[in-house]
Design a binder for this molecule. Structure first.
Ligand SMILES: Nc1ncnc2c1ncn2[C@@H]1O[C@H](COP(=O)(O)OP(=O)(O)O)[C@@H](O)[C@H]1O
Ligand SMILES: [Mg+2]
Length: 275
């Protein structure tokens, strides 16, 4: 099954200003039951924000495995009760049939989980499951064909579920070609790279991981930060890739400080694409 992204190694999630802006945007779409578009360059953190908002890292294994239950699952039901959201990543070239089947299955499963979290929950098999899901978030939405876009628009109309489509810049313009859908877009949210104060915070974590202390008032450190900012443009994924190389260079050369030269040497080993 291709529901959601493949499980990834849990990394420490940093609650950035961009993530908070995303959460406010998602709350608004969910409250107003609108269509919202979120766009931004690859690597800035769109997917992680959406997974975090929808509690998907906690719930994905249970929702896709759908096996025997464990008492600890009540924590997941509570988490889903708070988010009332489904996160879905269509596979490349997914057809409408597969998309429909998987999305409806996930909405149904999240409804069942949320029902379990209700105080008046009954275990009667005949009890009708209510619709609890309030938001469907579709990542990599540029993969959706015109007909699938039309289907989600209709689904959101019929069920009153808010819809967020996440894509790369330019994707929001493509959607303007579908007037039925576009006229229902209530919010467009531009997901931006890290700004300098937050980048410095993220970098201090990277410095720490290398056993170093970042001092912004130190000339060498501030120069190194400026180089990282220039090279990565505050793009989370590029920062991470750069630090893999910095780490390697530091080890090979037995260095004890991250200097401008180290950052430059790390950059030269990377193929940094346009972001
Ligand atoms: N809030 C965050 N906290 C920690 N790491 C993050 C955060 N956002 C992004 N990252 C890192 O950046 C990488 C790219 O993020 P991702 O959400 O996949 O970007 P996008 O979906 O915009 O292409 C992630 O794999 C993760 O390592
Ligand atoms: Mg992504």
């Amino acid at each position: 099954m291709t529901v959601g992204s493949p499980p990834r190694k849990p990394k420490k999630f940093i609650v950035t200003k961009e993530h908070k802006r995303f959460a406010e945007f998602a709350n608004a779409v969910r409250r107003e039951r609108y269509i919202g578009i979120c766009y931004g360059p690859a690597g800035v953190g769109k997917t992680l924000s959406a997974r975090r908002y929808s509690q998907w890292d906690k719930a994905e294994a249970l929702l896709t495995g759908w096996g025997p239950r464990d008492p600890s699952d009540s924590l997941i039901y509570d988490a889903l009760n708070r988010s009332r959201a489904v996160f879905y990543t269509p596979s490349v070239r997914a057809g409408l049939c597969e998309f429909r089947k998987e999305v409806l299955l996930m909405i149904g499963r999240v409804d069942i989980c949320v029902a379990q979290a209700q105080p008046d929950h009954t275990t009667s098999i005949t009890a009708k499951i209510k619709r609890y899901v309030e938001l469907l978030i579709i990542d990599e939405a540029e993969r959706l064909s015109a007909i699938t876009l039309e289907y989600v628009r209709d689904l959101s109309d019929r069920t009153g579920i808010g819809l967020i489509l996440i894509g790369m810049p330019g994707f929001e313009k493509r959607l303007s070609r579908y007037p039925q859908l576009y006229s229902r877009v209530g919010f467009a949210h531009h997901y931006r790279p890290l700004r300098s104060d937050e980048l410095a915070f993220v970098l201090s974590n990277h410095w720490k991981k290398l056993g170093l202390h970042l001092d912004q008032t130190d000339f060498t450190d501030s120069q190194a930060i400026a180089s990282v900012a220039r090279i990565t443009g505050g793009n989370f994924r590029l920062v991470q890739r750069l630090f893999v190389q910095i780490n390697r260079i530091m080890k090979i050369n037995q260095l004890t400080a991250i200097t401008d030269e180290v950052v430059e040497a790390a950059r030269s080993t990377l193929v940094i694409g346009a972001t």
